[in-house]
Design a protein around this ligand. Structure first.
Ligand SMILES: Cc1cc2nc3c(=O)[nH]c(=O)nc-3n(C[C@H](O)[C@H](O)[C@H](O)COP(=O)(O)OP(=O)(O)OC[C@H]3O[C@@H](n4cnc5c(N)ncnc54)[C@H](O)[C@@H]3O)c2cc1C
Length: 413
């Protein structure tokens, strides 16, 4: 029997600017996607919560972040930052300092809900171009001022915390432009502070925006896509939902340019090199400790969303699902794009989330031997050139059915 719907007393007001909440609420300040009743019941069961527990919102973080906190920089150092980047690009108010040192992880959200302010920079400095970054790094190196680089602030590893204060070097304000576009090589060079949506918007509309012959995609779609930067993807060696087809970010990057305390490091735009070591690979994943990533050259792919073919299959257990996935990856007919296999626990959450648990469809699956906490869901899509996409989808289907999967592709979840 499906459980009765229960809707907690969700907070659904637009997030006020300048508040703690404005930093920990994920997504559009005016947008809401509350957990559905399936997920609510799962949370209540897992954490032994009662309906009463969920009636009164707590720690909403609606208070403004304001007040004074010690600034360790001297007024002459602050003046130097202003003369390098312009006074309007040097901020010392508390909200700016907190906003550039708290990321998107659970620990960040919990600390903000509890109004715990720690590890903040003394000032937030937003350079307007590479020359200003070079001057900032030289100055901070000379004065021994710590530099904490901020891309778009979606870190889940506390990567932007200013443990030793200093400055937050904010790439998000000005460093988000196209540097060059090469349609012959199918590459684009962008400044590292460009966000995912900014990049894809330009590429998907390349004929209008870049005078290109066709539309393109970068193919990198982390779950934090909307709120992360190209530079952040590279220095965290990120993966995206479509990485099985397009590759991880280190497969997409062609060249990089860093400003470091000992000078500028620019790698070459050749796709491969016969001498080693490969500086591109050494620099990627450095989390900002090796220098400021200023420009990134990315490999592009043709944007062909119409060729996507979706699929979803339910397997009886993890071992069978894993075998099928291994065969798909080793059969050399090409790779699917999104290729996501959930273990029994995650599958169970999905069944609740999508209200399948307790329905007639769930009953049919059970009767056929697809049991709760054993069955595994595989879902995704293929893409690329149409015949290729179709063929990968067909071959994938053949292998899944051979391993006893139930085809749910008619209703992909
Ligand atoms: C809901 C959610 C989902 C996520 N999903 C994914 C996912 O699917 N895949 C994935 O890989 N990650 C994911 N992440 C983690 C995070 O989004 C990535 O690590 C992202 O690449 C960080 O980019 P950013 O621009 O937000 O960087 P920031 O958070 O600003 O910085 C991250 C680190 O990079 C450094 N840095 C940033 N820009 C530069 C630069 N220009 N030069 C030098 N150093 C720099 C910072 O100092 C810091 O150490 C997710 C995070 C959240 C909150």
């Amino acid at each position: 029997m499906a459980k009765q719907k229960f809707v907690p007393n969700w907070f659904s007001e637009i997030t006020p600017e300048g508040t703690y909440r404005s930093l920990f609420k994920w997504g559009d300040p005016a947008g809401f996607k509350h957990p559905n009743s399936g997920l609510v019941h799962l949370l209540m069961d897992t954490y032994h919560l009662t309906k009463a527990d969920l009636q009164k919102p707590v720690e909403l973080g609606l208070e403004k972040i304001e007040g004074e906190r010690r600034i360790n920089l001297t007024s002459s150092q602050l003046e130097s930052f202003r003369s390098i980047c312009g006074a309007e690009n040097v901020k010392t108010d508390l909200y700016s300092r907190v906003s550039r040192s708290y990321g998107g992880g659970m620990i960040d959200a919990l600390r903000l809900r509890r109004k715990i302010i720690e590890n903040i920079p003394d000032a937030v400095v937003s350079p307007r171009d590479q020359q200003e970054i070079e001057k900032l790094i030289a100055f901070c190196d000379k004065e021994r001022i710590p530099v904490n680089i901020y891309g778009a602030g979606s870190t889940v590893t506390r990567g932007i915390e200013a443990v030793k204060a200093g400055i937050a070097l904010d790439m998000s304000v000005h460093m988000n432009k196209v540097v060059s576009f090469n349609e012959v090589d199918q590459t684009i060079t962008v400044q590292a502070g460009m966000t995912g949506p900014q990049l894809e918007d330009i590429l998907n509309h390349a004929p209008e925006k870049l005078g290109a012959k066709r539309a393109y995609t970068c193919g990198h779609f982390p779950q934090s896509f909307e709120y992360s930067s190209v530079g952040g993807w590279v220095v965290t060696r990120g993966a995206g939902q479509n990485s099985t087809y397009y590759g991880k970010i280190e497969d997409i990057v062609i060249a990089q340019e860093y400003v470091t305390p000992v000078g500028v490091l620019k790698t070459s735009e050749h796709p491969r090199c016969a001498v080693g070591p490969d500086f591109d690979q050494i620099m990627m994943g450095s989390e900002g400790t090796f220098g400021v990533l200023v420009n990134v050259t990315l490999k592009l792919s043709r944007w062909q969303p119409k060729n996507r073919k979706r699929y979803s299959y339910m397997f009886k257990d993890w071992a069978t699902a894993r075998e099928a996935c291994r065969e798909i990856m080793q059969s050399e007919f090409g790779f699917p794009s999104v290729f996501r296999l959930s273990d029994p626990e995650e599958t169970d959450v999905a069944m609740k989330l999508y209200h399948i648990e307790g329905t007639a469809a769930d009953g049919v699956l059970k009767a056929l031997g697809y049991k709760p906490m054993q069955k595994c869901l595989l879902l995704g899509h293929t893409e690329g050139e149409l015949a290729f996409s179709r063929n990968v989808n067909r071959q994938l289907r053949r292998i899944c059915l051979k391993h006893g999967a139930f085809d749910l592709s008619f209703a992909p979840v």
